[in-house]
Design a protein around this ligand. Structure first.
Ligand SMILES: [Zn+2]
Length: 69
């Protein structure tokens, strides 16, 4: 688990946020709890957390496609 940003040395804090994921050429906003640098806004993912976030992103894409058809 990171506590200090490797980019700028800022403090990483976990909080409710929105991550812009790229899914098949489109951008998907995925709300959740993320570790993020307070200084440079870099996101940090624990092992497995990226996979879980991408699953939520694909669920959001599926829901949007169902609405549009
Ligand atoms: Zn930083």
């Amino acid at each position: 688990m990171f506590t200090t940003c490797t980019e700028c040395g800022g403090t990483i804090a976990r909080r409710a946020d929105t991550f812009d994921a790229q899914m098949g050429g489109r951008s998907v906003r995925v709300p959740g709890e993320y570790d993020r640098c307070a200084e440079c806004s870099e996101f940090y993912f624990a092992p497995g957390e990226m996979d879980a976030m991408m699953k939520r992103a694909s669920a959001i894409v599926c829901a949007e496609e169902e609405l549009s058809t």
